[in-house]
Design a protein around this ligand. Structure first.
Ligand code: PLP
Length: 378
């Protein structure tokens, strides 16, 4: 039994997007470039040219100056450069990806609530009191802002309201936005970018460091990336990252995500017609165009992922973590859903090449399993 016409159907674009042909071609070309980009000879300068080109391509997608792009191995490493510098205080919500959330320890941080729709509730008095308290200590503070939530697709566009903090740096996780929506521009001190979310290779990304920020280096070693990230750059991966960024920007301008949104809406309507007990998360908030997160309480997300995988469809449980294990979604719990509902969530995320027939085939097969689940539960 396989997806559609014997082919598997990939509906997990928020986990990682398929590699773009432009990225593949750029990487194949870069493989044969011999030099170290830090070397001054012709071979080194050729490698450096690849980095410079990619830096401009990434900057154009993200909406920053090329000099602000610091290449890393991905968004997780980028987050580590900002948050892994010792004793710190954090302003955060439960909506952050683990690459930020795992840095938060202790209870003396400031936790922002989530609305039932998944938006962060920002109380300016609360936030400035936290900022002022930090000013009275010698601790560094970092405020996290996730612009698009990877599980639910809920958008939080008011992060720039944090721009006035005096004692707290700001980091925006905009990983899920880039390539899918026009960039909100880099208002934060630091912005996280990950290549594989928009068709670049896995293991390449960037930390965008605003030019007026006094960035303290985290890794000791060579002076690469203008002294901001030591270690010889991943020239091949960065070549693919840049090419993917350019292609993603072109596609965005051509409006290719509008169709993903239309298909997402068709999917949700079709499933809701079959399953009266279906809960779709975040529908009261603005969302990414491609993401649908939903649950039938009691039908475990983990089970659904396995059932759909066997049927030829790749999707995620709402709360799948990097080890492949599935737990209860802390984000859905923070949105006020109970344990049973939060552990029953799955996420379907589409891309510009997803076809209507694929979405309908998924809906069909999911409905079969839903009917079986209901019959068994009765
Ligand atoms: N932030 C968000 C919102 C993500 O979805 C992800 C990846 O799943 C990351 C950060 C981590 O990115 P990377 O895989 O480049 O470390």
């Amino acid at each position: 039994m396989t997806g559609l016409d014997g082919k598997r159907v990939y509906l997990d674009w928020n986990a990682t997007a398929p590699l773009r042909p432009e990225a593949r071609a750029a990487m194949l070309e870069a493989i044969d470039v011999l030099g170290n980009p830090s070397s001054v000879h012709a071979e080194g300068r050729a490698a450096k040219r690849i980095l410079n080109r990619a830096r401009s391509q990434v900057a154009a997608l993200v909406g920053c100056d090329p000099a602000e792009v610091v290449f890393t191995s991905g968004a997780t490493e980028a987050a580590g450069h900002v948050c892994g510098r010792g004793f710190m205080k954090f302003l955060h919500s439960e909506a952050e990806h683990d690459c930020l959330a795992q840095h938060v320890t202790g209870s003396k941080n400031l936790l922002l609530r989530l609305s039932q729709a998944g938006e962060r509730i920002l109380d300016p008095d609360h936030v400035s009191a936290f900022d002022a308290k930090l000013g009275a200590t010698s601790l560094a503070g970092v405020a996290f802002w996730t612009t698009a939530h990877n599980e639910t697709g809920v958008l939080n566009s008011r992060g720039s309201a944090l721009g006035d903090l005096q004692h707290c740096e700001t980091v925006e996780d905009a990983v899920q936005i880039f390539g899918k929506m026009p960039s909100p521009g880099c208002w934060a001190d630091y912005t996280l970018v990950s290549a594989h979310k928009f068709g670049g290779p896995k293991g390449a990304g960037a930390l965008i460091v605003r030019q007026d920020v006094a960035f303290r280096r985290f890794l000791r070693g060579g002076g690469q990336e203008q002294g901001r990230r030591a270690g010889t750059e991943n020239v091949i991966g960065i070549a693919g990252f840049g090419a993917a960024a350019e292609a993603a920007r072109r596609d965005l301008e051509a409006g290719v995500w509008e169709d993903a949104e239309r298909l997402r809406d068709i999917l949700e309507c079709t499933l809701a017609e079959t399953a009266p007990d279906l809960i779709i998360f975040g529908t009261d908030a603005p969302r990414l165009p491609n993401t649908s997160c939903f649950a039938v309480p009691g039908w475990k997300g983990e089970t659904q992922v396995m059932q759909m995988d066997l049927a030829g469809f790749a999707i995620s449980a709402g709360s799948a973590c990097s080890s492949g294990k599935v737990g209860t979604s802390r984000v859905l719990r923070a949105m006020g859903y109970d344990e049973t509902t939060a552990s029953s969530a799955i996420r379907v995320s589409l891309g510009p090449t997803t076809g209507e027939a694929e979405v309908l085939a998924f809906a069909d097969r999911w409905t079969d399993h839903y009917t079986r689940f209901r019959t068994k539960a009765a």
